[in-house]
Design a protein around this ligand. Structure first.
Ligand code: ADP
Ligand code: MG
Length: 284
């Protein structure tokens, strides 16, 4: 496990001001995405990493209490994910993937340890604050798509922008652009029931990226799809990654995880391997 160093003051304050979130996905920032990049090139100013990690978990533990029994679902997870990384989290059933995803996604608090999401310490935040963080920082993609039925693709994608209070014309424009990114320009007025599973998941991906979140967090995104649709969806994640998006993919399928550039394996609540691959996904 990598030794975590304390954030330098420049890192700590870099994103504290409101509005900084909009800057997060600018391509020119992506050069900082590879964690090794800061270390290459010896001493001097280049060693200073200007951007905080998207995910910074330190010794995170989660214990569930069921009657008299304590279930240690996470037993000390320390993990940094830098901007622009494409990470798969893989592990057998019961290894802690969902628990970890709930914590990364600010859907649940750790029992112990710390979590900084994009430099923001989420410990102690109340439900309102967490829901705001989720809306602004995280684009969720679920196995079951979770689209709103009887609501057209465009309106489904606009929804997170309505929560964010964006005016109608801007919502419209951004939702169209997001649908274009997933290749659904010709399906924007379709209802979910008029779309294939793969197309519905692409709408869900458009909805996840329309707010320009710090990361896309996908939980078994191909779990409900046939082989062809799965390949389509993984192709989209690959393209989004190439554009510099940060993607966290949770899966129990090795084939799916192999598309990512970094594979983290969980077993019994611990990280047992963390491997990077330069060639991942090249055969898509
Ligand atoms: P995975 O998603 O990898 O299958 P989970 O995170 O769902 O793993 O579960 C990890 C461990 O925590 C398992 O032993 C599971 O039974 C337990 N667990 C998960 N959620 C709860 C809960 N709400 N209450 C009690 N135990 C739980
Ligand atoms: Mg699970």
């Amino acid at each position: 496990m990598r030794q975590e160093s304390k954030a330098r003051p420049d890192e700590r304050d870099a994103r504290a001001e409101p509005g900084a979130q909009a800057e997060q996905q600018r391509p020119e920032l992506q050069a900082q995405a590879e964690p090794q990049a800061a270390a290459v090139g010896g001493t001097g100013p280049r060693r200073v990493r200007r951007n905080v990690p998207v995910i910074d978990l330190h010794d995170v533990r989660k214990t569930y209490h069921v009657g008299d029994i304590s279930v240690h679902a996470l037993r000390g997870i320390s993990l940094r994910v830098e901007r622009g990384e494409y990470v798969a989290i893989i592990g057998a059933s019961g290894s802690g993937k969902t628990t970890l995803m709930n914590i990364i996604g600010c859907l649940d608090h750790p029992s112990a340890g710390s979590y900084r999401l994009n430099g923001l310490d989420v410990r102690g935040m109340d439900e309102d604050a967490l829901s705001d963080v989720r809306n602004r920082q995280i684009g969720f993609v679920f196995q079951s798509f979770n689209l709103i039925p009887r609501t057209r693709a465009l309106a489904n994608v606009e929804l997170p922008l309505s929560y964010a209070g964006l005016p109608r014309a801007a919502r419209h424009q951004r939702a169209l652009a997001a649908l274009d990114e997933v290749g659904l320009t010709r399906r924007v007025h379709h209802l979910p029931s008029e779309l294939s599973g793969g197309q519905q998941q692409r709408v869900a991906i458009a909805r996840a990226l329309v707010t320009n979140p710090a990361m896309i967090l996908a939980d078994e995104p191909t779990g409900a799809l046939d082989t062809v649709s799965s390949a389509e969806v993984m192709g989209i994640f690959g393209r989004l990654s190439e554009q510099g998006r940060t993607i966290i993919l949770i899966t129990h399928e090795h084939d799916v995880a192999a598309h990512a550039r970094r594979m983290i394996r969980l077993s019994d609540g611990r990280i047992v391997s963390d491997e990077r691959s330069e060639t991942a996904g090249q055969n898509r």
